[in-house]
Write a protein that binds this ligand. Structure first.
Ligand code: GDP
Ligand code: CA
Length: 317
């Protein structure tokens, strides 16, 4: 069996722990197609937050409390940069983490595409799933906000909106810069074509899954592919469990509910994404037109609970 997972960072990485456990039991192969919309350059270094969350989590090097970055992290580089007054100061760049960004940036500057760099980094971490960036091209999520210094509007990088401003600015829309000309990374379309099932991780639908789907050709490959596409709701009982997905959904005017996100993805029969939608027991009444809905516990408390979610998703497929 071949499983493809569309995923963001922290929620997606936790989900992938369950996918990997399920796949080991079933002898299945897993390919994760990871969001790159959060990627940015900081102090000259290329940082890929979602790829790193997936790589560190599956490689056993993630900080379990914070959810992002490295375990046993220290922050000397960050405080030395702050001592220079070097902006931005709001992004947490840990010392161990910096090594990853140095290797990545050096390889990118040497001409390797991000997909090759990701594969090279994974040699150390052995994540047990194939990690592919959605695209090797620049595709960055920017956020159009009301300019606090004037009457107009201004676009800022998603990370500045999310981390520095805690998604608290008056916000108008999200823009995936570079999406028009981005191409799926090598291996992405082949993985989708060869998949027996495609799972949409319970990741942020607006800023983790939407940028993946914004890569031209990717959505079409899913729609035309023979593999059923089953999504897992990131919203349980009207709340985002962890994080601020509710803020992102509000910008789109989408209700923060399992039904709201299901409808945002849409059913494949009406030009949308889904052949099935997994929701939590408290959302068992959720209706998504044209999409079979099944309710199972969706709290990713540990690997076994998450693997049970994956099993239910595959069964629904
Ligand atoms: P990010 O890129 O680091 O923001 O991570 P993702 O986009 O992959 O995942 C964030 C989303 O995971 C949040 O918006 C939550 O709604 C969802 N999430 C977090 N924990 C759980 C959980 O235990 N169960 C479910 N169903 N969703 C969760
Ligand atoms: Ca992310």
């Amino acid at each position: 069996m071949r499983i493809v997972v569309l995923t963001g960072g922290i929620g997606g990485a936790r989900f992938l722990l369950g996918v990997r456990a399920y796949a080991r039991e079933m002898g299945a192969e897993v390919t994760a197609v990871v969001n790159v919309g959060d990627d940015l350059y900081l102090h000259g270094l290329k940082v890929c937050p979602d790829l790193d969350s997936v790589m560190y989590t599956l490689g056993g090097g993630a900080d379990p409390e914070r959810g992002w970055g490295r375990v046993d992290e220290t922050w000397t580089v960050k405080s030395e940069l702050a001592a220079y007054g070097a902006e931005p100061t709001w992004f947490g760049l840990g010392d161990r983490d910096v090594a990853t960004h140095l290797v990545r940036t050096t390889m990118l500057n040497g001409g390797y595409p991000l997909s090759a760099v990701t594969e090279a980094l994974a040699t150390r971490w052995q994540p047990g799933v194939r990690m592919l960036p959605a695209t090797d091209d620049r595709l960055e999520t920017h956020v159009v906000v009301s300019d606090p210094d004037g009457g107009g509007q201004r676009a800022i990088h998603f990370q500045e909106w999310w981390i520095r401003h805690r998604a608290g600015l008056p916000t108008h829309r999200f823009v995936f810069v570079g999406a028009e000309t981005a191409k799926p990374a090598p291996g992405v379309l082949d993985a989708i074509a060869a998949a027996d099932v495609v799972l949409v991780a319970p990741s942020n639908p607006v800023v983790s899954i939407a940028p993946v789907l914004a890569v031209p050709g990717l959505r079409e490959a899913l729609a035309d592919g023979s593999a059923p596409v089953v999504g897992v709701s990131p919203i349980i009982g009207g709340s985002a469990v962890r994080g601020m997905a509710d803020r992102c959904l509000a910008v789109l005017g989408v209700e923060c509910s399992a039904a709201g996100v299901g409808a945002l993805y849409g059913g494949r029969s009406s030009g949308g994404l889904l052949d099935g939608w997994l929701v939590a027991p408290e959302d068992a009444g959720a209706v998504v037109p044209g999409v079979p809905v099944r309710a199972v516990p969706l709290l990713m408390t540990d690997e076994a609970a998450t693997a049970a979610m994956v099993r239910a998703a595959v069964e629904l497929a």
